[in-house]
Design a binder for this molecule. Structure first.
Ligand code: AMP
Length: 198
């Protein structure tokens, strides 16, 4: 299975991606996590990404695309993956298409977690108080949400036009959202729904 999960900052996509990938037995590949790890380890990639991340901007497509291409070449991604936080721009959609097409592969389904903006802001402010993430300040949060609406909703439309998009309500408890998300993904990608009840 090759899946993409899309959601605004604060939608819980990272939390759900980890659980969905465990349930389906494919690695969750989070571009945000890979960038943060590189920033922590002071790698050249981290040094390139850090200012963009701190400002709530997207890391440029060329840097992000190359990183994803390299990650998808790793052994554990050969039998499937769940991409979390990529693609976020239309140019990234095109790039991912290119990688997959050249291997004669496709995406099984794209899941969008839907949470109202008002709830996203309150969740992110609460996370800011706890996590100390450098991109969780109020001003940066606002900017990240704007970027989501401006850029990533175009990605959602792209996949929707292709009939690959499924949506799940991202409000409520983690386990309720997980159940809805698995249901949506398994129906969309034709995997036996018994996975949901395991
Ligand atoms: P996330 O943890 O998914 O919210 O990502 C944290 C930050 O990493 C984002 O605000 C961006 O600065 C950067 N980032 C993650 N994924 C991408 C992407 N696909 N394209 C550009 N920048 C990204």
């Amino acid at each position: 299975m090759r899946l993409v999960i899309i959601g605004a900052p604060g939608s819980g996509k990272g939390t759900q991606a980890a659980r969905i990938s465990e349930k389906l037995g494919v690695p969750a590949i989070s571009t945000g996590d890979i960038f943060r790890e590189n920033v922590r380890n002071l790698t050249p990639l981290g040094q390139k990404a850090t200012t963009f991340m701190d400002n709530g901007d997207f890391v440029p497509d060329a840097i992000t695309n190359q990183m994803v291409r390299d990650r998808l070449r790793e052994e554990d991604a050969q039998q499937g993956f769940l991409l979390d936080g990529y693609p976020r721009t239309v140019a990234q959609v095109d790039y991912l298409d290119g990688i997959l097409n050249s291997a004669e592969l496709g995406i099984s389904a794209v899941l969008q977690l839907v949470v109202p903006d008002s709830e996203l802001v309150s969740r992110l402010l609460a996370r800011a108080a706890e996590s100390g993430r450098s991109d969780d300040t109020e001003q940066v949060i606002k900017h990240r949400l704007e970027l989501y609406h401006q850029q990533t909703e175009r990605v959602v439309s792209r996949y929707s036009e292709r009939g690959m998009l499924v949506k799940a309500d991202g409000t409520g408890s983690i386990s309720d959202v997980l159940e809805r998300a698995l249901q949506a993904v398994t129906e969309a990608s034709g995997v036996l729904s018994r996975l949901v009840s395991q």
